[in-house]
Design a binder for this molecule. Structure first.
Ligand code: NOJ
Length: 588
């Protein structure tokens, strides 16, 4: 039978990738052999949308790469690192805001939605980034801050100018309750009242976040039109979609009922409250459907990702809508587990895997708002091993994974030591209990040189962590046992193994309190992969009988393990996994 050339080429690429991976993982290749090239791409099944198989990499632009020596990262810096990202094996980058901004919230306070802040470069630089990324099969996802603008945005300046301004209703303005008291007890996520009195017109405006971030009024059709035009502006420039900031906060109850007070105080000294009348109002979904309609008008299947720290699986599932809202809601349920617990991860993975919307799960463990996973899950002794465990959890489950820059090299949270060094305003308000988010936003660690290769400036906007001497891309690239080498192999495996790429997720050994184990079964069911993740500091020996799952093998072929395992057959009836160890083996 004649095999068509394209099919043959695809088969050869697949076979080469598998062979390299097998040789590597069984230690047949020398230790210093570089991880297999991730250019060996397996074609996506025709019927699967691209975003089901993508790996997203989040870039905090201030901290990724500085190209002009001012101590702050920029667009040309990102472009200069695209080869690294391609070789790592990622498919899309989500870049945090780079729009003009007074930088009160480091870009999440936008004063012009359709331009680039000169600090980061120009629109021409941005276009160049898009075209260079495209050459490397990398898509660019923008941050879309829909809930609020900067108080320096021309819309707000006009809105606050008088009670009769044509843009007055673009924001939420209300009279105070009594003299000197805000309209109700709503609190800002960043501390204190969510209302600020504007003396010019003697009314309060509402801001879920900082005073300098007034909330847009999404009930106003002109606001919607203006914000949808913003989406079109960037889609026309070739972006692959948006990560929508603070989605669940778009609407507030028009009756302004007080939020229920909960016991205790937060780190700003305010009473705890339930954000009952400002979060997850049903109107949010109407807007999400409209946003989806906009991206659906564009070729290439652009994606909507939502930042939605939903309180439960029901709210999280709602984000998918009827397959007409968000394709990928960020799963904070899983990201917020915050401790290694096999039963807890198992429960949450099961829950989202069976979500009634049949939506694609979207997992992450670190981002620019929460402490990095290296120390959040680390026990202080096995942190590097635990970093590999978390990588395996992220990259082998049935989900679209999101990596935060630097987690692939084991960057750690490095918070400021003194209040006067704090950059993030919430660290200034909440010090010392709340040190802010600087610790997880420090410069990327590229090499052991000055400023870790991030910048040539005398001072970088945040200090480069001392751990950069040991934990950096160059040093780790030469170490086959490094966290980076593990990530590269896991990412390559995800591409080369159909079961990992698009197979089903089948939890096994469901009552095990210490070890999370599951199967991934390829769409046709012919390939199965066993994943075993020991979430404790003690060695564990496991006995698997997989006949109930249609698998009769007693041995598996190691694909990837940490610590590494030698040999080409590993018994699954007597499988020993080291403390926080990872075992991934093929059963076909
Ligand atoms: C969520 C963003 O991730 C965070 O960094 C920002 O401060 C708030 N939204 C306000 O935009």
């Amino acid at each position: 039978m004649r095999i068509p050339l394209t099919k043959l080429a695809r088969y050869l690429r697949f076979a080469i990738a598998q062979t390299i991976c097998l040789l590597y993982c069984c230690n047949v290749l020398p230790q210093n052999t570089p991880a297999p090239s991730t250019n060996t791409r397996v074609e996506t099944k025709q019927e699967d949308p691209w975003w089901k198989h993508m790996v997203v990499y989040e870039i905090y632009p201030r901290s990724f790469q500085d190209s002009n020596g001012d101590g702050v990262g920029d667009i040309n810096g990102i472009t200069s690192r695209l080869d690294y990202l391609r070789d790592l094996g990622i498919d899309a980058i989500w870049i945090c805001p780079m729009y003009p901004s007074p930088l009160v919230d480091f870009g999440y306070d936008i004063s012009d939605y359709t331009a680039i802040d000169p600090l980061y470069g120009t629109l021409a630089d941005f276009d160049h980034l898009i075209s260079e990324a495209k050459k490397r099969n990398i898509r660019v996802i923008m941050d879309y801050v829909a809930n609020h603008t900067s108080d320096q945005h021309p819309w707000f300046k006009e809105s606050r100018s008088s009670r009769t301004s044509p843009k007055r209703d673009w924001y939420i303005w209300r009279d105070g309750k009594d003299r000197g008291h805000p309209p109700n007890n709503w609190l800002s996520w960043f501390g204190h009242s969510a209302w600020t009195l504007d003396p010019a017109t003697n009314q309060y405006y509402y801001h879920y976040f900082y005073t300098e971030q007034p909330d847009l009024n999404w009930r106003n059709p002109q606001v919607r039109k203006a914000m949808y035009d913003v989406m079109r502006f960037w889609l026309d420039r070739g972006v692959a979609g948006f990560r929508i900031d603070a989605v669940s906060r778009l609407f507030e109850d028009p009756n302004l009922y007080d939020d229920p007070i909960l016991p205790g105080k937060n780190s700003y000294g305010d009473p705890n409250i339930e954000h009952k009348y400002t979060d997850n109002l049903p109107e949010v979904h109407e807007v999400l459907r409209e946003m989806r309609h906009i991206v659906d008008q564009y070729p290439g299947d652009p994606i909507l990702i939502s930042e939605a720290d939903e309180p439960n699986i029901t709210e999280l599932t709602r984000m998918y809508g009827n397959n007409d809202e968000i394709q990928l809601p960020m799963d904070f349920q899983i990201a917020d587990v915050n401790r290694l617990s096999a039963p807890e991860f198992r429960r949450l993975l099961d829950e989202i895997d069976h979500n009634p919307a049949h939506g694609q799960p979207f997992y992450f463990f670190s981002n620019h708002d929460q402490p990095r996973q290296w120390d959040r899950y680390g026990d202080g002794v096995h942190n590097d091993q635990i970093a590999k465990l978390m990588a395996a959890l992220l990259l082998t489950t049935r989900a679209t994974p999101l990596l935060y820059y630097g987690e692939e090299i084991g960057m750690r949270t490095t918070p400021p030591q003194r209040k006067e060094d704090v950059q993030d305003p919430i660290g200034k308000t909440g010090w010392p209990e709340e040190k802010g988010r600087d610790g997880e936003r420090t410069p990327m660690q590229w090499d052991p040189s000055r400023n870790a290769g991030f910048s040539t400036a005398d001072h970088t906007w945040l200090p480069v962590p001392p751990s950069s001497a040991e934990y950096n891309v160059v040093v780790e690239s030469h170490d086959p046992h490094s966290i980076l080498s593990f990530y590269k192999r896991a990412l390559a495996l995800r591409r080369s193994e159909p079961a990992l790429k698009s197979g089903s997720y089948v939890p096994i050994d469901r009552n095990n309190p210490s070890v999370l184990s599951f199967l991934r079964k390829s769409p046709g069911g012919s390939d199965s992969i066993l994943v075993v993740l020991n979430m404790t500091g003690e060695q564990r020996t496991l006995t698997f009988d997989l006949t109930p799952y249609g698998i009769n093998q007693k041995n598996s072929r190691p694909l990837l393990a940490a610590p590494e395992m030698r040999g080409d057959a590993v018994s699954i009836e007597n499988l020993t996994v080291q403390p926080f160890g990872v075992y991934i083996g093929a059963l076909h």
